[in-house]
Design a protein around this ligand. Structure first.
Ligand code: MRU
Length: 351
């Protein structure tokens, strides 16, 4: 992407330190923080200082390396036990995005594959694995953008939800990647961004990112999506994804399922953008995906402003599952999947 040098990176490896953009401070402040311990990494993921499925995986991978780089273990067995313990700990930070578990498993495997090397060499291999996870994510996001662009045309208007942009990945994003590419080509693509209650990732992050890149973006509240669709203003809905089950059901930010229903009712294509690291072949269908529930304050007292009576009962699921029959296509770096998804997923994962 022509302007990629201007992209704000959400994760950096700088002078042997893990540095992340604190996304809870956006859009008011662009503030980077250094994560020095595994506890800080856990906290950053849990509190959404870093968020978005691929970004969580990348930070967890670096975090695992950080957690053992000063290990005093005497042999591989005790080193590996320490690594496993830290891996289980980071894995407990958030349950839904499979990229977290995928990245941690990849790090553990790298340690096992290197078991005959010295511990210092194994530590270097772990750092290189974390770099690889980050670099591969960047390449995957670019390819997802190129694949999605083949489904779009100059002049279209896209509706998106939550933030599946560069902030949520190593770079470029998934759902937003084709929009950046289209901008580079000189296309006039417009975006409607759902604000995304309750934590406003759409308003705070997606709108901010798109405006930085000069994309024509309009912010709407989540409950306005049906209205703008009924006006005929939306040509396609594109969202990211936290986990695709083996049958193509897809978990993403709460509200995505509703958008897919609305898109169907208005005959608008509904695309899920996801790297293959988001496909979880071990989860047969969406009903088996663990949906994170977050604190009631996020709904009743968001950003410190009480908006409901103290003591009200609150239900705050962070994600929902869009059933496969509502998804027009799942766009990965390896190609565009169409129903029936079970077969399409099996084929693409062999590539
Ligand atoms: O709770 P969040 O902000 O981590 O939720 C993020 C999303 O739902 C994204 O759409 C998803 O992780 C895809 S990011 C490329």
């Amino acid at each position: 992407m022509d302007n990629s040098q201007d992209c704000v990176l959400s994760i950096k490896w700088e002078n042997d330190n893990l540095v992340i953009l604190d996304q809870t401070k956006l859009p008011e402040k662009v503030e980077y923080i250094t994560l020095q311990t595994i506890e800080e990494v856990w906290d950053a993921i849990y509190k959404l200082k870093v968020r978005g499925a691929p970004a969580i995986g990348i930070v967890a991978a670096y975090g695992l390396y950080i957690s053992v780089r000063n290990s005093k273990a005497a042999d591989f067995e005790s080193f590996y036990q320490e690594l496993r313990k830290n891996s289980d700990y980071v894995a407990s930070s958030r349950p839904t995005a499979v990229n977290l578990f995928w990245a941690l498993k990849r790090m553990e495997k790298r340690a096992l594959d290197s078991k005959n090397k010295t511990l210092e060499e194994i530590k270097m291999d772990l750092l290189n694995e974390a770099h690889a996870i980050r670099d591969e994510d960047e390449a995957m996001c670019k390819s997802i953008g190129e694949n999605l662009l083949t489904l779009l045309k100059d002049g279209m208007t896209i509706l998106t939800h939550c933030n599946a942009g560069g902030l949520a990945t190593a770079r470029y994003g998934t759902a937003l990647s084709p929009i950046f590419l289209a901008k580079d080509k000189g296309w006039n693509i417009k975006v409607f961004a759902d604000e995304t209650r309750p934590l406003l990732q759409g308003a705070r992050l997606t709108v901010w990112e798109l405006m930085q890149y000069g994309v024509d973006v309009t912010l709407i509240c989540d409950n306005m999506a049906a209205h703008v669709m009924s006006k005929g203003w939306i040509d396609a809905v594109i969202t990211g994804c936290d986990r695709v089950a083996a049958n193509g059901d897809a978990a993403n930010k709460i509200g995505t399922y509703g958008l897919a229903v609305l898109a169907k009712a208005h005959n608008i294509p509904f695309y899920i953008a996801a790297p293959s690291s988001t496909i979880d072949i071990d989860t047969p269908d969406g009903g088996k995906i663990v949906i994170e529930e977050r604190s009631e304050e996020e709904v009743s007292c968001g950003f410190g402003k009480r908006t409901a009576p103290i003591g009200v009962k609150v239900y705050n699921p962070a994600f929902d599952v869009t059933p496969n029959h509502l998804i027009t296509a799942i766009v990965t770096e390896k190609g565009i999947l169409r129903p029936p998804y079970k077969e399409a997923i099996e084929i693409i994962l062999k590539k």
